[in-house]
Design a protein around this ligand. Sequence first.
Ligand SMILES: Cc1cc2nc3c(=O)[nH]c(=O)nc-3n(C[C@H](O)[C@H](O)[C@H](O)COP(=O)(O)OP(=O)(O)OC[C@H]3O[C@@H](n4cnc5c(N)ncnc54)[C@H](O)[C@@H]3O)c2cc1C
Length: 503
Amino acid sequence: MRAGKIALIIFIAVDIVAALLLLPFREWFKQFEQYVQGFGALAPVVVALTYVVTTVLFIPGSALTIGSGTLFGLRTGFLVVFVGANLGALCAFLLARTLLREKVARWAEENPKFHALDLAIGRQGFKMVFLTRLSPAFPFNFLNYLLGITAVKTGAYVLANLLGMLPGMFLYVYIGAAARDALVGQANTTVGFYQQILKYVGLLATVAVVVVVTRIARRALREAEQQQEASMTTGPPRLDAEHKPLAVEKMMLTDDAHDKQLIENCHPPKWVNPAPSGKYNLVVVGAGTAGLVSAAGAAGLGARVALIERSLLGGDCLNVGCVPSKGMIRAARAAFDSRNGTEFGVHSASAPEVSFSSAMERMRRLRAGISAHDSAERFRKLGVDVYLGHGRFEGPSTVAIEGKRLEFDRAVIATGARPAEPPIPGLAQSGFYTNETIFTLTELPRRLAVIGAGPIGCELAQAFQRFGSRVTIITDGVEILPKEDQDAAAVVRKQMDHPTGRR
Ligand SMILES: Cc1cc2nc3c(=O)[nH]c(=O)nc-3n(C[C@H](O)[C@H](O)[C@H](O)COP(=O)(O)OP(=O)(O)OC[C@H]3O[C@@H](n4cnc5c(N)ncnc54)[C@H](O)[C@@H]3O)c2cc1C
């Protein structure tokens, strides 16, 4: 401990002793004692209740703690403060929890720092509360409300309070009790000089113990915070809060009847999340193909299942992947075949007219029809609790969603993938489509560059080409379809290069 701190403690202790000797405490104390004794046997109860009220009203309670020691002596004074402070702390905590917790939990989802703290307190509730209670750096009244808005469990909070406040409480009540003995001692010569000395030595010892305990608590708190930070990278799974989903309005045509129907099925605007009733056997985060199959399978076996989806149920496959691309490809093949029927003996007098917008409308209609199978309502009927919103793990067995906390035995993370933006200079400025936005097109682009020559890039490139766009595929490999057999890839490229494919 630095010399300055020791000097300060000695200075305060000397001040207290000098004040006890010089100020007219005896008169003040008598008046105060008379008033409280007017309540008779109920006096300790009245003081304890006063403690509860002052705590809830945010009025600092140190004077009342010392006063209890002065009024009732060490034993009863301590009991009064113990009951009053713990009850008051619980009332303030429950008030904050009831009025503010849900709002704060929602806000925390957007604030990584507070969220990390919240996570730490939720996970190591007892330890964190116990250590903060031991350290006087955290003001008592403020902490009651602050902890109420965090994820700490009520049981852990109560237990940590009961134990963590003991040293500080004892110190203050001791100071009060010592003052009482001093005051009474001035009037009553039966309390001997040596007994007084013993009281002050006891007081100094108590101060020293509290200072040491506080230092240990602070160090342990720092270590707990560091451990927490480390576990954020290696601990239970986290979902990436920064990867926000694309707004549904950018993936769908909100004024189109088919897309409206799909949204109504897969992200019903009026959907009300269920109230979690007990622990789930399985929580599934992400309602794409993988998540839907997991949830339906588990529910079919009789498990209690929660399914969480922040965007559209059905995920990529239904909304912006397999289904729309196959819908488009089918129409593109029809366009291609109608132009190239001669090979099969099909002749037509005039060139067929291909309407890209009609083909896309057909795709949206089919997709909306299929969406009923992945709908929130269908999964509800299968016995799955469907939650719409961003799921976030709070601990090894807790997921937070829209201010609710879901407890689970097992979890499936089926959060899929998002398109990446390649670091190509000027790309962001010129604008581009991804699989999440390309299916909203209603007019055929005259020219199209496709970056990436995997199966998705190739199939979309071919479809657009068959509708009539001039398409260029850009790849950093020597051949398209780099993950396939290169001889097979060469056959596909030849087909795509073939002039009839472009007509
Ligand atoms: C254009 C295109 C064509 C394709 N064609 C085919 C094909 O013909 N055949 C084929 O087999 N595959 C195809 N695929 C691939 C197929 O779509 C994917 O493999 C499949 O969708 C992956 O499913 P998933 O459940 O793993 O993930 P996804 O479908 O991506 O679902 C993940 C879901 O998790 C949700 N989510 C993410 N984070 C959170 C969170 N924190 N809280 C709540 N929800 C969250 C997302 O919103 C999403 O709905 C195609 C893909 C594309 C892009």
